[in-house]
Design a protein around this ligand. Structure first.
Ligand code: FPP
Ligand code: MG
Ligand code: MG
Length: 379
C-alpha cells in the first residue's frame, strides 16, 4: 500500500531542480566583499546531502495534484524572485525602489512540469534554497557555539576563519534568505519561515539553559519540545510553506506540516543516537560531542530511567572528571539507544501514515520511501 512496489529515485523526480540549488544559493550570496563571499559560501562548496531541499521539492510535487484552495500565482509574478538581491559592488545603491535589472533565466524560473501534470513552481524552488540557507546559517552559528572543529570531514568554518567572521557569515545568510523570502510576496510563507528562525534560536536556548517554564513538564517532554524547535520546525514549516505556495487547501497544508514535523523529530532523534554509536569518520563531524557539551539527549534520558544514579550527572551537565565516561558506559549498558531507535521509528511511521493521505503520485511515494529508508538505515 505504502509507496508502491518499485524503487523511486528522487534524483529522477526532482534532480533537475535540485542540481541548480548550490549555484542559485551562491548567486544569492554575492556581496561586494571577497572574504564575506568566501565565508558565507564555505558550507556550500562541499557536497551536502540537501535533504531539506529534496523533501521540499518532492512535497511541492506531491501537493501539486492535491486539492487547491485558490489558483496559484501567475507566471509573470515569478520574474521578481530572479532579480539579483543586490549589486555586486558596495558602491551601488540597492534600495527597494531601484532593483537592478539583472539577466533573467526564464527557463530556470518557469514551472517544471512532468508528464502527469505534477509541477514545481519557481517560488517553491526558491523556497528550497531559502530553507537550505537558513539551515546552513544555523550550522555556522552552531559550530561556533559547540566549538566544533569539523563538519563533512572538513575543518569547520570557525576552525578555518574564526568565530567573528563565521557568526557574521551566518547573519548574512539569514539576511539574504530574508530578502529572497520577501521576494516570494507571500505573507503567510514569510511568517512561517521567520518563525522557523525564531524557533532555531529558542531551541538552542532551551538546550543551553534547561529552564522549564511549565513546572509539570517532564524532562523528556522538554527534550522533545527542544527537538521540535531546533530541528523539526524548519522541516515542518517549510513543508507547509511549499504547499501554501502551491495554493493547497488548509487540510493539505496540515498534512505537509505534520509529515515534516514527524520526519524532523525522527531526524534529530537519530542524530542524537548516532552521536553514541558511529565513528567520527563516518559522521564527518566529532562524535560523542553531546555529553562533552553537557547535553543529555534521548539515549541518556532513557538510560536514566534504568540507572537513577545518572540524575546528578545530568544535573551538573557531566562537568566533573569522569562524568562523561560514566554516563557513556551506563548508556551502553542500558536500553537507551534501542529505545531512541524505536521512538524515531514511531515518528517515521506517523510521517508515513499522514503523507499517505495525499493523492497517489511518484513524489508522494518517494517521500514515503525516503522515510522508510531513513527508518531502516537508522537501525
Ligand atoms: C545542529 O545541532 C544545530 C541546529 C539544528 C540548530 C542550531 C541553532 C542555532 C545555533 C540558533 C541560532 C542560529 C540561527 C541561524 C537562527 P547539533 O549541534 O546537535 O548538530 P551537529 O552535530 O550537526 O553539530
Ligand atoms: Mg553542533
Ligand atoms: Mg549544537
Amino acid at each position: 500500500q505504502h509507496g508502491g512496489g518499485s524503487y523511486l529515485d528522487p534524483a529522477k523526480l526532482v534532480g533537475k531542480d535540485l542540481s541548480n540549488l548550490t549555484k542559485n544559493i551562491q548567486a544569492l550570496l554575492s556581496s561586494g566583499h571577497p572574504v564575506l563571499n568566501t565565508v558565507s559560501k564555505y558550507y556550500f562548496t562541499s557536497e551536502g546531502k540537501h535533504i531539506r531541499p529534496l523533501i521540499i521539492l518532492l512535497m511541492s510535487q506531491a501537493t501539486s495534484i492535491a486539492p487547491k484552495q485558490c489558483s496559484a500565482a501567475h507566471a509573470d509574478f515569478f520574474e521578481i524572485i530572479d532579480q539579483p538581491l543586490s549589486p555586486v559592488t558596495t558602491t551601488a545603491r540597492d534600495g527597494n525602489s531601484s532593483l537592478p535589472t539583472g539577466s533573467m533565466d526564464s527557463t530556470l524560473y518557469s514551472p517544471s512540469r512532468s508528464p502527469k501534470g505534477v509541477t514545481i513552481l519557481p517560488t517553491q524552488r526558491r523556497l528550497a534554497e531559502i530553507t537550505e540557507m537558513i539551515h546552513t546559517a544555523s550550522l555556522l552559528h552552531d559550530d561556533v557555539i559547540d566549538v566544533s572543529e569539523s563538519r563533512r570531514n572538513l575543518p569547520s568554518a570557525n576552525a578555518s576563519y574564526g568565530n567573528k567572521l563565521t557568526i557574521l557569515a551566518g547573519d548574512f545568510l539569514l539576511a539574504r534568505a530574508s530578502v529572497a523570502l520577501a521576494r516570494l510576496r507571500n505573507p503567510e510563507v514569510i511568517e512561517l519561515l521567520s518563525t522557523v528562525i525564531a524557533n532555531l534560536v529558542e531551541g538552542e536556548f532551551m538546550q543551553l539553559e534547561n529552564v522549564r517554564g511549565d513546572g509539570n513538564m517532564s524532562t523528556f517532554e522538554y527534550y522533545m519540545d527542544k527537538t521540535y524547535m531546533k530541528t523539526a520546525s524548519l522541516i515542518a514549516k517549510s513543508c507547509r510553506a511549499a504547499s501554501v505556495l502551491g495554493g493547497s487547501t488548509i487540510e493539505v497544508c496540515d498534512i505537509a506540516y505534520a509529515y515534516g514535523r514527524d520526519l524532523g523529530l525522527a531526524f534529530q532523534l537519530v542524530d542524537d543516537m548516532l552521536d553514541f554509536i558511529v565513528t567520527a569518520n563516518e559522521l564527518g563531524k566529532p562524535v560523542g560531542a553531546d555529553l562533552k557539551l553537557g547535553l543529555a539527549t534521548a539515549p541518556v534520558l532513557y538510560a536514566w530511567e534504568e540507572y537513577p544514579e545518572l540524575g546528578p550527572l545530568i544535573n551538573r551537565k557531566f562537568s566533573l572528571e569522569g562524568d562523561v565516561e560514566k554516563a557513556r558506559e551506563l548508556v551502553y549498558r542500558s536500553e537507551g539507544i534501542e529505545k531512541t531507535r524505536i521512538l524515531a521509528a514511531s515518528h517515521c511511521q506517523k510521517a508515513i501514515a499522514v503523507i499517505s493521505q495525499l493523492p497517489e503520485s511518484d513524489a508522494r511515494n518517494a517521500l514515503i520511501q525516503l522515510t522508510q529508508k531513513f527508518d531502516a538505515n537508522s537501525g
